[in-house]
Design a protein around this ligand. Structure first.
Ligand code: TMP
Length: 214
């Protein structure tokens, strides 16, 4: 199947995923790699339209069950239109959030059962699973303060309160522990360059072919 590399970034609000994705993309592109950066929910026109509905409005606008369905509908479109074609071309795909976010936000924190989420994953993702996942880890208070200061206007999930966000953090770290081959927890405290260096070190260890060239 795919010739490229599928790498995802996960974590709670305000942990710095998008900053780190841009830095890593620039570094890999600088060494001659073709990199596609994308995000979820979103990453294709149809999935971006679904994102609008998901990230705006009152916190209780959708139940976690409906969220899980909408996230997966968006994911399928994103895979079909963006991720799979890029991997088939041999690109490195860096994706801001993927199925682990559904496991954590709608599953661990929202109460949707892991059986239901597994069925949806099987239906929607099929073979298109990440080979490497960086879980950026930061105390919930710190991440939430950063996310709120951004004022990006997409506050639906940020409005859910500190206890919810603490649960997210624990769930992300727990999920990484269940799949240590795929997941690497990165301490997201400190300067942007320090966090970027931690990510690069893990990448060099787990996917040396991406660093060393063809
Ligand atoms: P972002 O702020 O990282 O762009 O993500 C948008 C929001 O969507 C964020 O609060 C997390 C949430 N989300 C889920 O609840 N489930 C998912 O499956 C995904 C991909 C995101």
């Amino acid at each position: 199947m795919a010739r490229g590399w599928f790498i995802t970034f996960e974590g709670g609000e305000g942990v710095g995923k998008s900053t780190q994705i841009s830095r890593l993309a620039a570094r890999l592109s600088g060494s001659g790699r073709t990199v596609l950066t994308t995000r979820e929910p979103g990453g294709s026109p149809g999935a971006e339209a679904i994102r609008e509905m998901l990230v705006n409005g009152a916190a209780d606008r959708w139940s976690p069950q409906v969220e899980a369905l909408l996230m997966n509908a968006a994911r399928r479109d994103h895979i079909e239109r963006t991720i799979r074609p890029a991997l088939a071309r041999g690109d490195i795909v860096l994706c801001d959030r993927f199925a682990d976010s559904t496991r954590v936000y709608q599953g661990a924190a929202g109460g949707v059962s892991s059986e239901v989420l597994s069925i949806l994953e099987e239906l929607v993702i099929e073979e298109c699973r990440p080979g490497l996942t960086f879980v950026l880890d930061l105390p919930a208070e710190e991440g939430l303060a950063r996310a709120r200061s951004r004022q990006a206007g997409e506050g639906r999930f940020e409005a859910k309160g500190l206890a919810f966000h603490q649960k997210l953090r624990e769930a992300f770290v727990g999920l990484a522990a269940q799949e240590p081959e795929r997941c690497a927890v990165i301490d997201a405290k400190g300067a942007v360059e320090e966090v970027a260096a931690r990510i690069w070190t893990v990448l060099a260890k787990r996917a040396p072919e991406l660093i060393l060239g063809p």
